[in-house]
Design a protein around this ligand. Structure first.
Ligand SMILES: NC(=O)c1ccc[n+]([C@@H]2O[C@H](COP(=O)([O-])OP(=O)(O)OC[C@H]3O[C@@H](n4cnc5c(N)ncnc54)[C@H](O)[C@@H]3O)[C@@H](O)[C@H]2O)c1
Ligand SMILES: O=C(O)C(=O)C[C@@H](O)[C@H](O)[C@H](O)COP(=O)(O)O
Ligand SMILES: [Zn+2]
Length: 377
């Protein structure tokens, strides 16, 4: 159901269905949304050090009508926290604070908080519930929905994890007011992804509204969030556990992107959304290299990615290694089946497909060519 600036998107997964509520100023009403999920007199909230400052005090105030004890765990902000050590601390904290299997812990933050808290909820007491309150753009348009939860392994991205759907997702676009611009851009990469996957009209809308979006236009922001989440919800409902190939579409740009993130050590050098942005530009140029798309389309795609202030080539990601090294990282990709790595490639804007005939030595040659051409994009 959509109503102007509000949206309620139903994620129709059998046995794990839930609602995503999107509304400006939703925070002021979140006690009403959360009340039905409260099973005892405690609310456990896990957030990070930046979101603690920007949003936690207001959330705590908004939950006062529930008369519950609010207990918070603050993890260090950023991708390096998505690891075993932090997972252990969070799970210990949950248990020490009396989490029950019927409890709904709250993940308040960006994709890092959502991914690790979702995984903790999956394993503590063999599974308790969690509610996502995403505060970064990337989390509001992508990571809070769909139930992929994980930590990183030293060998690669999200290699330890589980599918565990949230019980509800609460999105207030006002949270984006305190989000640094670099992270707004990173989230915009995943928005562009939905257009490139299967919605050329939305990609066109993004090209026409990129400036309004970055200027904080609330109508543009809500439209982009709800279109993205509706697209993701439909894909996830069709193929929750990425078995049929439909959900793999959401991985557009990620095989290249995760390799770039691994090469830069899952650090602040390259944010996930930045890796995805460059990964989508590379996927488009690789599609052109193979003759899958007409010349010129990859340049158009790179142009809008660039306008959003995102990287479109290896050099802009701080990558200077050989193509073969990036391909080595790709061998840890979860899509690898029987030694074959399928790639999300494009036949046009809005026409992404899963190519199963990609030869990794050809990918290495393509990446070496990118490097040799000075990565001009
Ligand atoms: N599970 C999924 O389906 C899925 C999808 C996409 C990405 N991801 C994962 O999400 C992670 C990236 O998420 P991210 O970009 O949100 O990173 P993040 O969680 O590190 O958040 C980005 C930064 O913004 C800060 N922040 C968040 N909200 C804020 C706010 N409102 N005001 C001020 N600062 C705020 C955070 O503290 C952090 O410094 C990656 O680990 C990626 O693998 C998961
Ligand atoms: O939800 C999905 O499915 C996605 O692929 C969304 C991606 O944006 C996200 O980064 C996801 O975590 C990547 O999945 P992975 O299986 O490659 O770790
Ligand atoms: Zn992603």
């Amino acid at each position: 159901m959509n109503n102007g600036q509000k949206a309620d998107i139903y994620v129709d997964i059998s046995g794990h269905d839930y609602h995503v509520h999107i509304e400006q100023n939703l925070l002021s009403k979140c006690a009403d949304y959360i009340a039905p999920f409260l099973k005892n007199d405690k609310i456990l909230i896990i957030t990070d050090s930046n979101v603690e400052r920007a949003i936690l005090p207001e959330l705590t105030r908004a939950l006062l009508p529930l008369h519950a004890e609010i207990i918070t765990y603050i993890m260090p902000a950023g991708e390096p926290s998505k690891n075993w050590a932090e997972l252990e601390k969070i799970t210990n904290w949950m248990i020490l604070n009396g989490v029950e299997r019927s409890s709904h812990v709250i993940a308040l933050g960006g994709g890092v908080v959502g991914d690790i808290v979702g995984f903790a909820a999956h394993i503590v007491k063999r599974g308790c519930h969690f509610i996502q309150i995403p505060t970064s753009l990337l989390a509001q348009v992508d990571s809070s929905v769909g139930g992929k939860t994980a930590i990183n392994s030293p060998m690669g991205k999200n290699l330890i994890g589980a599918f565990h759907q949230p019980a509800m997702v609460l999105i207030d676009p006002n949270f984006l007011n305190s989000l640094p611009k670099r992270h707004v851009a990173a989230g915009f990469a995943e928005i562009l992804k939905y257009g490139l996957i299967n919605d050329a009209d939305f990609f066109q809308w993004c090209s026409e509204n990129v400036d309004a979006f970055f200027d904080g236009d609330i109508d543009a922001r809500i439209y982009a969030i709800k279109t993205s989440i509706a697209s993701k919800a439909a894909i996830v409902a069709e193929d929750e556990k990425e078995l049929s190939g439909t959900r793999a579409l959401l991985n557009l740009g990620h095989t290249f992107g995760h390799a770039l993130e691994a090469e830069t050590g899952f650090s602040e050098i390259l944010l996930h959304g930045e890796g995805v942005a460059a990964g989508m530009a590379l996927a488009a140029r690789y599609s052109e290299w193979r003759g899958d798309i007409q010349a010129g389309i990859a340049d158009n795609i790179a142009a809008i990615i660039k306008r959003a202030g995102l990287p479109t080539n290896l050099a802009e990601c701080g990558i200077n290694c050989a193509g073969e090294k990036l391909v080595e990282h790709m061998l840890h990709d979860k899509k690898l089946t029987g030694g074959n790595l399928p790639f999300l490639l494009m036949r046009g804007i809005g026409e992404t497909y899963l190519a199963k005939d990609v030869d990794l030595s050809d990918v290495a040659a393509f990446l070496n060519d990118e490097k040799a051409r000075g990565n001009a994009a």
